[in-house]
Design a protein around this ligand. Sequence first.
Ligand code: MOS
Length: 755
Amino acid sequence: MKNIDSFSHLRGESIYLDDVPLVAGTLFALAFGSPHAHGKILNLDLSEAEKMPGVVRIFTYKDVPGENQIGGIVPDEPLLAEHHVHFQGMPVALVVAESVEEARNAIKKIKIEIEPLHIITDPREARAKGELIVPPRTFTLGNVENAWPLCAHIVEGVAETNGQEHLYIETQGAYSFPLENGSIRIISSTQGPTAVQRHAAIVLGIPMHMLEVDVTRLGGGFGGKEDQASMWAILCALGTHHLRKPVKYSLDRMEDMRMTGKRNPYSSDFKIGLDKELNIIAFESTYHQNAGAAADLSPAVLERTLFHSTNTYFVPNVKATAYSCRTNLPPNTAFRGFGGPQGMFVIEAAIHKAASHLGIPAWEIQSKNLIQTGDEFPFGQKAESEASECWVTANQVFETEKIQNGIEKFNAESIRFKKGMAYMPICFGISFTKTPMNQARALVHVYTDGSIGISTGAVEMGQGVNTKMLQVAAHVFSVEANRIKIHTTNTFRISNTSPSAASATADLNGKAVEIACNAILKRLIQMAAEKYEVPENEVSIENEQVLIFGKPVNYNWSQLIQDGYLKRVALSEHGHYAPPGLHYDPKTEKGHPFAYHVYGTSITEVTIDCLRGTYVVDSVKIVHDFGMSMNVRIDRGQIEGGLVQGIGWMTLEEIVYDETGRLRSNALSTYKVPDIYSVPKEIDIHFLQTKKENMAILRSKAVGEPPLMYGIGTYFALRNAIQAYRSDAEIPYSTPMTPEKVLMGLYGKKEVVNA
Ligand code: MOS
């Protein structure tokens, strides 16, 4: 089935925040962000700004009626700065004016005096100075200290991954409206409507039931709107609360890039030990996460780094320690993969370095150590593994030996161009690592005309979750898709939602839809059984037709629903789902945090131009574990999009902050993302469809985040191509692999030792 939004998307008719018609009297908000990355506010002078035309009011922290606090995991993030500023762009004041232009002009008249304090941008410096967001955490399995003496080869190193700008096409924004008796309605471009509601309630000092948050869809989120949409929504709500007027705030691109956090950069140390047969015996890693100036979601991101520290390998002795380091950058946050990719890069770097040291291709080590069913992850869960199946299938269907031979031949003949390839096996845990967040609700109404309206906690952000929700209901009721409408995500209809995140949205909300639909169906079947005086298990519905003893009778969906209403059968249901079997003990760092894992293997082939340092990705061939995909079109789209986003992170996308904490890559002219010319020339996806039972909705495994990590293969393929030109190239394990870095690898001077 096609994505149900494809038609209105193509015609430009889909509704995003900026498409909501303006209500008369709407005011426009704009935040004044700190010009300094760290300092003490000595004086804030609003007098001139307040006199500017169109300005209605300027708010500061003093206008917050409740708590000036929006921190989710750790209460360390004020809505508006009080006495200190901690990053450039940190909101200090909010101008509300009659037009955006007037707000912009007023902002320029705000004067702030700041006593500068020492600026930290490097996470290792932050750790050295004790600037940690939360205490460090360590995952252990076996005992690395006892294992090192057993290793034939030990390799150590440093691996660094840069951040990544979310670059959702729709920037952050919100629009709030006064309702009666002090209530407020907020239309927000958020992945987490409840997060907006909860924090708006704290800031305004009113109960959550006075805050209706409504989301039709987002023009992309990628994690950037899991937590960080709240700021803008609450600023609007603050204006509406005081002025009882509609207030809108839609960030422009540069404002969004400057003021919001990104994927957490990491600087990590690794040590890997192998025996003579290339079994990985021990792995030790230390991660320094650049959290930025506030916790935001970083502690949870950090946790997922640890959960994915061994990627898709079984390692019997592991010690992985992670530090969340406070720096003077905008608070970094969730980004597709949520720390998992950062962790996986480190062990891939370790394997690659060990392989280079041994003069063998990395895949000899990778293939030898794939996790098998029954093997234990460092956090105690036993694997139900498809790792080998993906790997072996990839070798078969893509004839990888031919690819390898082709590359060898090409490289032997070509001087200017060199090719490289790399395998990237992935393994990604599905569930929120914070166990209580694994719950969802759905509200299903069947109307008297037989049409069906569904609300869930899922937020549509282009990933096609609404299409999947519709498919679940159509499947349970066995009705035509056009009978079903998925309604907006709304906190007055669905309460206490988890954000649409962790790749788990379709599973959690889909199961809730399934439960609600089944409850209604059960009552309808009961009614039909009474009518035909047959046992309930002899009644079914197929293609909108009631069947008795498997044979159609003169009774269809419309008649069934009309009768249901007349007989006063409940045609609505609220379904609640909480996946069973999940538990985790943070004290021992052991448990069963994931409903299941998603596996896959990609093979990436690249060509570099050794004269210019530029490169193309020739092909990415993927075997991906879908369980049983319920929507091949949507899942293919998620794989392609995730892959290209991962390639961007690994190659082109370079976030640069200077030592003053100022973002230099603050526009699309200085921050390059993949375009149609930089995507792989060929993307070949093989669907590994397994018949096995799993906990996914209709056995269709989660697909949102895992494919991003296939992009990591591009980084290693590029390194291999460079090494094909210069076997002694010394290249730091540092992403992104920009053309400049390729040239450095090809021609950079080797450090002269013992000269
Ligand atoms: Mo997603 S990175 O779990 O919002």
